[in-house]
Design a protein around this ligand. Sequence first.
Ligand SMILES: Cc1cc2nc3c(=O)[nH]c(=O)nc-3n(C[C@H](O)[C@H](O)[C@H](O)COP(=O)(O)OP(=O)(O)OC[C@H]3O[C@@H](n4cnc5c(N)ncnc54)[C@H](O)[C@@H]3O)c2cc1C
Length: 345
Amino acid sequence: MRGAVTAPTVGIVGAGVAGLHLGLALRAADVPVTLYTEQAFADLAAGPLLNTVAHHHPMLDRERQWDVHFWPAERHGYGAHHHHVGGTAPVRFTGHFTHPSCAVDHRLYLPRLAGAFAERGGRIEVRAVGPRDLARLAGSHALLVVASGRGPLSGLFPLRPEHSPHHTPQRLLCAGLYTGVRGADPAGVTISIAPGAGELLEIPLHSAHGPVTALLFENLPGGDLAALASLDHRDDPALFAKAVLEALRRHHPATAERVEERDFGLTHPLDVLQGGVLPAVRQDWIDLGGERFALALGDAHVVVDPLMGQGANLASYSAAVVAAEIATDTAYDALFCERVARARE
Ligand SMILES: Cc1cc2nc3c(=O)[nH]c(=O)nc-3n(C[C@H](O)[C@H](O)[C@H](O)COP(=O)(O)OP(=O)(O)OC[C@H]3O[C@@H](n4cnc5c(N)ncnc54)[C@H](O)[C@@H]3O)c2cc1C
């Protein structure tokens, strides 16, 4: 039962790809939505690299459906995965896609989508929502969706230990945007596996600087390249670029052979992201009391290791399922939440 609330307004906490795709899908179905986000989009656009996400065909198709496919994949995307498996007997092979994928810097992508959401009648409130605010917010909405990413709010949704076997990140990340890497032919992502060291994803990405190359090192803790995750580029940018180039030459020849050394370097000091991601699966929903419920969405629900390159694509899929269920139902109770859980399982 929805109690005193008559209009089925939905409140979404978080305006990453999960929150925005849900918001846009709900506005397309004419459902009133408010997005709560702790960071103004102008600050996000001017801030550090968020990720190096590639969107694949099913996600791009949803963008077309919601009329937010602002960077046509035919122009900005790519159509192949070039694989290199190192070791004593290296192997190379290429897989060609039936439809292109596309990577756009989320510092461009998310603000543009937020603009479209607002133009279509979505409300955006810039403020941080704490755990205690949730119950209060629930009084103003028929349903709350928590799409706050890997931040502390996701801790309200208990971990599912059977799907969350790790206690530490399995890879140490060093992601950055670079000049000086000639694209692969045909245009595509290069996936390089260096046994004992880790993996590299080399992604043609559209950024504020135009087309650049994202290099996402996923290095094994204790491995030969682990130190890249903590090497501070601000101390000595030239030394940082040299270390990255050296890592490519030693472990990822399929990319190293396309580097123009004199042009190689970070596109901007903010275009780096280092650290680790802990994969996790959390419960789908929680009871906020008073017949109000909150659903988890995106990384707040399932954190996929960036090695798989699927977290944002999964968040978008999940958003579409949740939106369809919201649009066809009227009572956002425990049964509804359980049905959503099964539908997107
Ligand atoms: C290096 C790297 C590469 C990746 N590559 C890929 C890839 O190729 N393909 C892919 O599909 N995925 C990839 N991913 C994963 C992908 O980035 C994430 O799965 C996806 O961006 C998660 O989106 P989200 O909306 O759930 O969370 P987020 O993007 O984290 O958004 C959460 C939002 O909630 C806001 N927020 C947080 N707490 C609060 C609060 N208390 N109150 C209000 N607002 C709050 C934040 O400000 C933010 O706007 C990659 C990740 C990394 C790190």
